[in-house]
Ligand binder design. Sequence first.
Ligand code: NAX
Length: 327
Amino acid sequence: TSAPLKVAVTGAAGQIGYSLLFRLASGALAGDRPIQLQLLEIEPALKALEGVVMELDDCAFPTLAGVEIGSDPEKIFDGVNLALLVGARPRGPGMERGDLLSANGAIFTAQGKALNKVAADDVRIGVTGNPANTNALIAMTNAPDIPDERFSALTRLDHNRAISQLAAKTGAKVTDITNMTIWGNHSATQYPDLFNAKVNGQNAAEVVNDQEWLESNFIPTVAKRGAAIIEARGSSSAASAASATIDAARDWLFGSPEGDWVSMAVKSNGEYGVAEGLISSFPVTTKDGDWKIVEGLEVSDFSRAKIDASVAELADERKAVTELGLI
Ligand code: NAX
């Protein structure tokens, strides 16, 4: 029997947390390996979080080794092997973009510093809270002793949405779809790429053979799915975001499937012309807790323009948080 995997979740009393914690505890991340949950919330949400912990207790999950809750990141992140940074400040009424970036900047600078100080040497940090790419950049920059490759932002939900849309269009099973890529920012500018994706091993764009659908239906449906869910459900995607957070962490720690890749927003070293240092989504393979950007994929003029637009938005966000002194 191995030591429990110590997993921190921030924003644990929130919507995503309510789905994420139960799946983590039931083995969706690490199978039979026991999990110790370290849950961070702001002070006013701790009472609600206590209620969630009561429910976790009541599930009597065999793989849940223990739960600790609190509002001090230096206590909660102590010795964690994986930190899932879900909690973030949503945009409130009358809040400007700059206000949103500062509010989140305060959260992710503090959490980056705390992780730097107390996390386990092998820590991996996945950022789900929005604006995810830039929050990851802020945390990474504020954790100078943690290798930059240990930080990533979540674009796996977008990736899964793209797979689901393509499966529905082609009548294929989701398991027949491989090599999907989300490029760029986790925002409406993201670019889901069908030109490198495959349906039963065949080029997805050729199988679909419908540029009009690709441009006017597929891309906007994937990119604006979050808004469509708010419209339908009355609140933002939570269970699917939790599921994607687990998919991303599981593949990161335990490896992506042979012959396939996944989408993760990770630090660019200039691959595919993405400005160095930005946390941008790429096709990556993962193995033993490390990721590697898949190189040499074909990027058409159409794809180039879409990627450039999303990366330009990321560069703008970086400029804004630099001016705010957050990085
Ligand atoms: P909720 O508002 O339900 O929960 C957020 C929780 O974070 C709250 O309980 C709040 O008290 C807590 N929190 C705030 N500041 C904190 C801090 N400094 N330390 C610890 N906890 C803190 O939001 P929820 O629906 O769970 O969404 C969480 C985040 O995920 C949001 O930023 C949301 O925009 C983002 N999303 C990201 C997605 C992605 O694919 N990357 C998709 C889903 C989701 O929209």
